[in-house]
Write a protein that binds this ligand. Structure first.
Ligand code: BDR
Length: 337
């Protein structure tokens, strides 16, 4: 065999190996992946920004010659455990390179995720914890710290004294449970003269269920309340509507979580006094980049913290605040989203 023939044969074998790796969708030479990106739900604005971040990462990777197809699918409501399990199982039978999942229940999604791992399909968790170690990485806000920020702002707003109510979100939702714990722990430790008059009621998965829970709480405790904390978008929206209906918006200090135009308007109208915000666009972006690094057998961080901030009437017009309050998701998802 001449040297020329030898090198030609070697090149052909190398090309075959690369194609095989590509078709498997993994390995350090893989250049093509299909990722299932599964939010907790598709009702809250928050998820549009995470979707935009995933698309932003795929666009950037394409520019580097790595073809990532994002398949976005989630349940309508964030309390539909069965639906999210079915979505995950559907992707398993379809066959994808990896799952990028925000579990709406930290236990209900363990079985399908561990089934996926056994089938060779890795899962990266974003936004809300999962009670399993069989994951690539956890990309999310430090939600406990989000609750700490809310408690400290409440302490400032009430000058360290008064009656406060916590509206919880949903049992099984790890992200919001950590916010609730951070809030209660910090009030107890740092603000002994603030009394928590109620912390055992749940808003449920929609703005309407949140509004009904809020109305009940305001009927029971409203006359003697100085402060309220709500731990996510739909809960904050429901409480704000309930306060507006009885003309008490602005008279009780309200701190919410996440951002919508209605919350920005309410803050400017003096009806919302603090808003804990995350960086959902960066969360979706880092989640996809981290999963692709894993699939290409590069080192990945087991925990990626995407940050948490308190927006107030005093800092709302700062540039950083504006970007966090209005993530440019249309830039990646197209207008009309
Ligand atoms: C909310 O649920 C949480 O898991 C997200 O971080 C967001 O705050 C969306 O409903």
């Amino acid at each position: 065999m001449t040297l020329r023939t030898f090198w030609r044969a070697a090149a052909v074998l190398a090309l075959a190996a690369v194609c095989a790796a590509c078709s498997r969708g993994s390995g350090d030479t893989a250049r093509s992946f299909t990722l299932a990106v599964i939010p907790k739900g598709t009702t809250n604005e928050f998820w549009k920004s995470t979707h935009a971040g995933a698309v932003k990462a795929a666009d950037e990777l394409k520019g580097k010659g790595v073809d990532v197809s994002i398949v976005w699918k989630g349940p309508l409501r964030e309390d539909d455990r069965e639906q999210q399990v079915q979505v995950v199982e559907g992707f398993l039978s379809q066959g994808v390179s990896g799952l990028v999942l925000a579990p709406l229940d930290e236990r209900a999604l363990v079985r399908p995720v561990e089934e996926a791992a056994r089938a060779g399909i890795p899962t990266l968790i974003f936004d809300s914890d999962l009670a399993s170690k069989e994951i690539v990485s956890f990309v999310a806000t430090d939600n406990y710290q989000g609750g700490v920020l809310a408690a400290r702002e409440m302490g400032k707003l009430l000058d360290g004294k008064g009656n406060v109510l916590l509206l919880r979100y949903q049992e099984g939702s790890a992200s919001t449970t950590f916010r609730e714990e951070g809030f209660l722990d910090t009030l107890k430790k740092e603000f002994p003269n603030i009394r928590i008059v109620s912390s055992d009621q749940y808003a449920g998965a929609t703005r309407d269920t949140a509004k009904r829970a809020s109305e009940n709480l305001l009927n029971r405790f409203g006359p003697r309340l100085q402060g309220i904390f709500c731990v996510n978008e739909s809960s904050t929206a429901g409480m704000l509507l309930a306060l507006q209906d009885i003309n008490r918006a602005g008279r009780i200090k309200l701190i919410g979580f996440d951002s919508t135009q209605a919350f920005i308007d309410a803050m400017r109208a003096g009806q919302l006094h603090g808003l804990v915000v995350q960086d959902p666009l960066n969360m979706g972006y880092r989640a996809v980049l981290t999963m692709v690094d894993y699939l290409q057998k590069k080192p990945v961080e087991k925990r990626v913290d995407t940050g948490v901030w308190m927006i107030t009437p005093q800092n709302i017009d700062e540039e950083r605040s504006q970007v966090l309050l209005k993530p440019p998701y249309q830039k990646y998802l197209g207008e009309g989203q």
